[in-house]
Design a protein around this ligand. Structure first.
Ligand SMILES: [Zn+2]
Length: 246
């Protein structure tokens, strides 16, 4: 990240540019004030990166195990006090959740503005690369899937299904399968069970994908199936009811 091959701007999150009395460019550490020659044609940014690794005032090099007291607003006029400690893993998970919830591209984590923002609010956080965050997001998905599967298994709910098909600009057919159900507190819930490529929009093919998906989720109690007004869906529904009767 801080090597000479990395984006040039990144190191300047930690150093301030200035000049010595002869007008030669210098870089001053934002944390301890150490100054280095920083002529872009003579000096790379390697020495700046090396300094950060050993800088005694750089937050990432300080003791992080210590718990702190944090004041947290729980409502407009209520504040609680909690023991708080920085945890890299917890922050990474929260970042993956943000990417998923807000539908952001994985490359978001490498954007200059975001990196600057993190560096200001929590310099201890090591921002993962886009490849790492992609892996984190997938793990998050697997964990959520496991939880939902367990939930379906324990509650043995009756679900209402909705299918929607869609063809992408690359001419790939997709099917989205959504389940609606009422939970034990009488709240309407919605979960996307499957969003996967299908070989065609033919009714038989769709029925196979839906059946496979329901088996995978361990769902065998279906109340209704809602489909688009396309004639091929008549076959889907007919084939589905055959499958259930079996
Ligand atoms: Zn320093």
């Amino acid at each position: 990240m801080l090597g000479k091959n990395g984006p040039r701007s990144l190191v300047w999150e930690y150093f301030e540019k200035n000049e010595d009395s002869n007008g030669a460019p210098r870089a001053k550490c934002n944390y301890c004030g150490s100054s280095y020659a920083a002529d872009s044609s003579l000096n790379g940014t390697l020495s700046l990166g090396a300094h950060l690794k050993k800088c005694k005032k750089y937050p990432r090099n300080l003791e992080t195990k210590q718990a702190k007291i944090a004041f947290q607003n729980i409502s407009k006029d209520q504040i609680t006090i909690n023991a708080w400690r920085f945890a890299q893993e917890g922050c990474r998970k929260a970042l993956a959740k943000m990417i998923l919830v807000d539908g952001l591209p994985f490359s978001f984590v490498e954007m200059k503005g975001f990196r600057h923002f993190i560096n200001v609010i929590q310099p201890l956080f090591r921002i993962p690369s886009r490849r790492t965050i992609r892996r984190d997001c997938f793990e998050f998905f697997l964990e959520e899937k496991k939880n939902l599967k367990l939930f379906f298994k324990e509650t043995r709910l009756r679900v209402c299904l909705t299918t929607d098909t869609w063809t992408s600009i690359q001419r790939i057919n997709y099917m989205c399968l959504t389940a609606h159900f009422i939970d034990k507190n009488w709240n309407l819930q919605k979960r996307i069970l499957n969003f996967s490529p299908i070989s065609s929009h033919k009714g038989d093919d769709m029925a196979i994908v839906i059946t496979k998906c329901l088996l995978d989720w361990g769902l065998d109690k279906v109340f209704t199936i809602t489909v688009d007004n396309a004639s091929s869906n008549d076959t889907t529904v007919k084939e589905m009811s055959n499958q259930f009767n079996k």
